[in-house]
Design a protein around this ligand. Structure first.
Ligand code: VAH
Length: 321
């Protein structure tokens, strides 16, 4: 039986598009999508799918043995805003799911792991502009703590047990296919939907809050390129800084207005403003660019064009029934 890929958390914002991309690269039947429920019927019906709770070691282990899974993409996690509401649940899911896949690799049940880290590993004491790969990391969110500790465990398993685990510190990610859930950067997705749906948006961050962001197509490209890089070329076994664009709510609003002139915005910062204030404004990703030729393709206006074109097509499809 050919070796398979298992995506845990395939119904999430990144998992949804990662499943499609990996199936394009490796063949539909070689990529098993899994999640804790079958809410996303399009995805469930698009190829091999299993219900797996990322916290359940035996369920993951059995799926790997029954299907000859040799690579796992662990995409399930509680993000920054939700993690502040449910800290122990965030610790449980984000950490124990990582230990399960690291131990499966240590026991040689699987060969390779992708695990997403985040710019949330940085905190208020980190240099905010062009944040370097190696710097002070004192995260002030539960989510950020799980990602910082997770990076330490990834590097430990690589050095001690030769586990081939690879990771990227994702910035905020913008896509039109699946909504994000429970993040502080979710405003950057909601704003496009509201520009088309209602023509106005109340932003939960202040207009000058600059954050590192990336269009989904770039994030998926970086993930698959990192996983296709030969192991000896990967020197960073915590997680790579990765960057594309940084913008404020005001700048993305201005970009959208070029296509939807009547669009209006108001600002009503909530608890997520404190989280956003603790994160960098921009990221230095020169190590990823040097070690595995990373480069992004989408700037803000190119992303806005892509988002609006696709969301307007979606609205037409729904209207036409
Ligand atoms: C969040 N979208 O907002 C995630 C991401 C950098 C932010 O990790 O929590």
């Amino acid at each position: 039986m050919s070796s398979k890929i298992l995506i845990i958390g395939a119904c999430g914002q990144i998992g949804t598009e990662l499943t499609t991309k990996l199936r394009d690269l490796h063949g539909v039947n070689n990529v098993i999508a899994s999640d804790i429920n079958t809410r996303n019927l399009d995805l469930v019906n698009s190829g091999p799918f299993e219900i797996i709770d990322a916290k359940n070691y035996n369920a993951i282990h059995d799926c790997c043995l029954q299907n000859n899974v040799k690579t796992i993409y662990l995409m399930a996690a509680l993000l920054s805003a939700t993690g502040e509401k449910y800290p122990m649940e965030a610790w449980d899911l984000n950490m124990n799911s990582l230990f399960h896949v690291l131990n499966l690799a240590k026991e040689k049940v699987i060969d390779k792991i992708f695990w997403p880290s985040s710019i949330a590993v940085f905190g208020p004491t980190t240099p905010k502009i062009n944040t370097p790969q190696y710097t002070i990391c004192e995260p002030t969110t539960v989510y950020g703590i799980t990602k910082q500790v997770g990076e330490r465990w990834c590097e430990y398993y690589n050095k001690k047990y030769d586990v081939d685990v690879r990771s990227i510190r994702y910035p905020g990610i913008i896509s039109h296919k699946a909504m994000p859930g429970g993040g502080t950067t979710d405003y950057a997705v909601e704003i496009y939907h509201e520009a088309i749906k209602s023509g106005t948006y109340e932003c939960f961050l202040s207009e000058e809050t600059e954050l590192p962001m990336m269009f989904m197509q770039d994030a998926i490209k970086a993930t698959t390129e990192l996983m296709q890089t030969s192991s000896e070329n990967i020197k960073v076994r915590s997680a790579y800084n990765l960057a594309a664009i940084s913008f404020t709510p005001k700048q993305v609003f201005e970009s959208i207005k070029k296509y939807i002139p009547d669009f209006t915005i108001s600002y009503k910062p909530d608890f997520r403003q404190v989280i956003a204030n603790s994160w960098p404004s921009s990221i230095d990703d020169n190590i990823a660019r040097k070690e595995w030729d990373w480069q992004h393709d989408f700037d803000l206006d190119k992303m806005t064009r892509e988002m609006i074109d696709n969301l307007q097509k979606l609205v037409c499809k729904v209207d036409l029934g």
